[in-house]
Design a binder for this molecule. Structure first.
Ligand SMILES: [Zn+2]
Ligand SMILES: [Zn+2]
Length: 388
């Protein structure tokens, strides 16, 4: 089967290269990916997909699908296409999206024979306000059997974990006064922010080693001779498990509450970005995908990379069996993601060579899930057990 899949992948390769290069040349920030989402949609329509544009009211989101006449499982691939400020596609989402959309098109070619449905979710703004969060909340994955994407990286590594994350903002309001002549009339909101940082630093000694808390001061006053009446701090709180995130976030909030009490400033707590859930890899699905890479000669695709980031695929993995592996595009460990070097690596022959291998593996995994009832049963059992 993999040879047949490989032939189909080669037959659409020019279209995929064009899509990848077009998105590379037109980088768009999260929720502004109008050109990029349109390019995906046009290509999917060309190959006979039905498309729901502005899916769930998300302007640059879409759902594309093809349902064969034969009943069968629904395989989904998730396309990302948002870029970073200034650098453009430093995270390689041009290639990520092309790989997912490519896999869907190739699988569609086989669907009338094997049955089932293939779905592509166009999911904007992974780097900021991930659209997958809303899609999960609105039930987009009901009736979907598996969800897959593969992220470009320096080397191959299998789907692992990512941190659950909450983005909290503390807005302190105090009272302005002349800092020298009327200090007693003022309430210093900046002091509240500084105390919050100090309390969080004390808290740090008593948190689990896998947790991360990091923040900045967004607003800290206007002039040194005015007691700051407004100060704003933003933090990311990250943990390896969702349940601990709630506990730790509450402790971080208490640091701010204590600072408000101590200074007399008022405190407003809000979320400045959407929170992400931790990624729960479906190991059964992951193993099949990894085998499909190995059978094409990929060395050690089951290496595991420890990552401390957060991805919105995490939210998907709590409602649908999912994998979020990485595929190598340059093999140079010194090139980090979110850099210009990484961005430019997404256009190289080496990147395309590995994109083809990854598409073949994603498609063959889809074929196996459709054709092998026992496998799907095992995937579901593992998923249900992980929820308990
Ligand atoms: Zn990124
Ligand atoms: Zn990314």
């Amino acid at each position: 089967m993999i040879e047949k899949i490989n032939d189909i992948t080669y037959s659409i390769l020019n279209d995929l290269k064009e899509l990848n290069e077009y998105i590379y040349n037109n980088p768009e920030l999260g929720n502004e990916e109008f050109k990029s989402s349109k390019a995906h949609i046009e290509l999917l329509k060309k190959y006979g997909f039905q498309v729901e544009e502005e899916y769930l009211g998300i302007k640059t989101g879409f759902k594309a699908y093809y349902k064969s006449k034969k009943e069968g499982p629904a395989i989904s691939y998730l396309s990302e296409y948002d870029a970073l400020p200034k650098i453009g596609h430093g995270c390689g989402h041009n290639l990520l999206g092309t790989t997912s959309t490519g896999a869907a098109i190739v699988l569609k070619h086989l669907l009338d024979d094997i049955g089932g449905t293939v779905v592509v979710f166009g999911t904007p703004a992974e780097e900021t306000n991930g659209a997958k969060v809303k899609m999960v909340e609105e039930g987009a994955f009901e009736g979907i059997d598996v969800a897959m994407l593969a992220h470009p990286s320096s080397t191959y590594s299998k789907s692992g974990t990512s941190l659950a994350m909450e983005a909290i903002q503390f807005t302190f309001k105090g009272k302005a006064s002349h800092a020298a002549s009327d200090p007693d009339k003022g309430i210093n909101a900046l002091d509240a922010v500084i105390m919050t940082f100090n309390s969080i630093n004390a808290l740090r000694e008593h948190i689990l080693p896998s947790a991360r808390i990091h923040g900045i001061i967004r607003e800290g006053g206007k002039a040194a001779n005015i007691v700051p009446d407004l100060a704003i701090a933003q933090f990311y709180v990250r943990t390896s498990r969702k349940a601990y995130l709630q506990k730790l976030t509450e402790k971080v909030k208490n640091c701010a509450r204590g600072a408000a009490l101590a200074t007399g400033a008022s405190l407003q707590i809000s979320n400045y970005e959407l929170g992400y859930d931790d990624l729960v890899t479906n190991e059964t699905l992951s193993e099949i995908f990894t085998k499909n890479l190995k059978s094409q000669g990929v060395q050690n695709p089951d290496n595991i990379k420890l990552t401390f980031g957060s991805v919105d695929m995490g939210n998907v993995s709590h409602v649908c069996p999912a994998i979020h592996p990485y595929f190598g595009i340059h093999g140079d460990d010194s090139i980090a993601a979110h850099t210009e070097e990484f961005r430019d690596a997404t256009l190289t022959d080496k990147a395309y060579e590995n994109m083809i291998i990854t598409i073949n593996a994603l498609v063959n995994t889809g074929v196996q899930v459709i054709q092998n009832k026992d496998l799907l049963e095992k995937i579901r059992e593992e998923f249900n057990a992980s929820k308990n």
